[in-house]
Design a binder for this molecule. Structure first.
Ligand SMILES: Nc1nc2c(ncn2[C@@H]2O[C@H](COP(=O)(O)OP(=O)(O)O)[C@@H](O)[C@H]2O)c(=O)[nH]1
Ligand SMILES: [Mg+2]
Length: 306
């Protein structure tokens, strides 16, 4: 009789407060930079996926926007994507910043964990930033009183310390199932979306205050030639003043953003890239459902090129 391989496969949602390090953890788990990362709030605006295939398991991770008060329609849309990611998933990964106490916001986010029927893992991230390790332990010990997690893991997503442990605990909780995707598949997200996000990340890194919130990026054209891919993208902001900031003095900011984004794209897509950027003012884009829909990677087919 052939030996049956106990292959496991399923989905794991990564949730938590903004800035906890969810996207950094997704990237560390998958081993590719799929999700953009920054210290600015609302860096991750939509649920996105990354796939890890090992000899014994395949995990489809879903990275989500940080859990926050939904005071505007746009924030409500983000929170809907968090809740939707909790439907029919196999494992929940709750990420908490080790520098922070279990505040009422955290308690609110833990309510989502409690409501889900999926088993959950508690990840205490950024332990590199806490010098007194007894504090890490004390914080870890508080979580079982909040929810009965399947595992409690202190990690540093930034360096990858402890990330293998997270992977292994998730695999234990996955159902026996066969692969959903081929071995080399790492994401469903279209190249256009990934490219737009790379541009947005560079702007988030370089700008401050209200500008990061006001920025949206859409890739307009994508032409693949044998030796070069030509990409043009529009950076949308909400006000003229923000446009002036994004362009910078004599175009210096736009040039800096464009160069950094292009270099990352060339590495990720393994081709030479010609990147052209435009900046446009689009007042109140955050309240325009059609525009928000256009920004969603699920509607970006990548098939629109001439
Ligand atoms: N020192 C340190 N910084 C981290 C770690 N994980 C994430 N960060 C930083 O925390 C910020 C937020 O990370 P991000 O992954 O975007 O958080 P998210 O909002 O939960 O997705 C970024 O500046 C990351 O570089 C960690 O383990 N250690
Ligand atoms: Mg994120």
């Amino acid at each position: 009789m052939p030996r049956r391989l106990a292959f496991r496969a399923g989905t794991a949602s990564i949730i938590g407060l903004p800035n906890a390090g969810k996207s950094t953890l997704l990237n560390a788990l998958v081993g590719e930079k799929l999700a953009i990362v920054s210290s600015k709030p609302q860096t991750t605006r939509t649920a996105l996926d990354g796939v890890l295939t090992t000899p014994t398991a395949q995990i489809v991770f879903v990275d989500t926007p940080g859990i926050h008060k939904s005071d505007t329609p746009y924030n409500q849309k983000m929170m809907r994507s968090v809740r939707a990611s909790l439907d029919s998933i196999d494992v929940l990964v709750f990420v908490h910043d080790a520098q922070r106490v279990i505040s009422t916001e955290v308690e609110g986010a833990l309510d989502l964990v409690k409501k889900s029927r999926a088993p959950a893992i508690l990840v205490l991230n950024k332990i590199d930033l806490v010098d007194d390790k007894t504090k890490v332990l004390a914080l870890l010990e508080q979580f079982p009183t909040k929810h009965n997690f399947a595992a409690y893991l202190p990690i540093c997503a930034h360096t990858g310390d402890g990330v293998e442990g997270v992977r292994d605990e998730i695999i234990k909780l996955l159902p026996r199932a066969s692969k959903i995707y081929p071995d080399d598949h790492i994401t469903q997200m279209p190249s256009r979306f990934l490219a737009a996000e790379m541009i947005r990340e560079k702007i988030l890194t370089e700008t401050h205050q209200e500008v990061p919130h006001a920025v949206a990026v859409l890739v307009e054209t994508w032409e693949e030639k044998p030796k070069l891919t030509r990409i043009s993208a529009t950076i949308y902001v909400e006000r003229q003043g923000q446009k002036t900031i994004v362009i910078g003095e004599k175009g210096a900011m736009l040039k800096k953003v464009g160069t950094a984004a292009r270099l990352e794209m060339e590495q990720f897509f393994s081709t030479k890239i010609f990147l052209e950027l435009f900046v446009k003012v689009r007042p109140d884009w955050r309240t325009q459902p059609e525009f928000l829909n256009e920004l969603d990677w699920r509607v970006m087919t990548g098939e629109r090129d001439e």
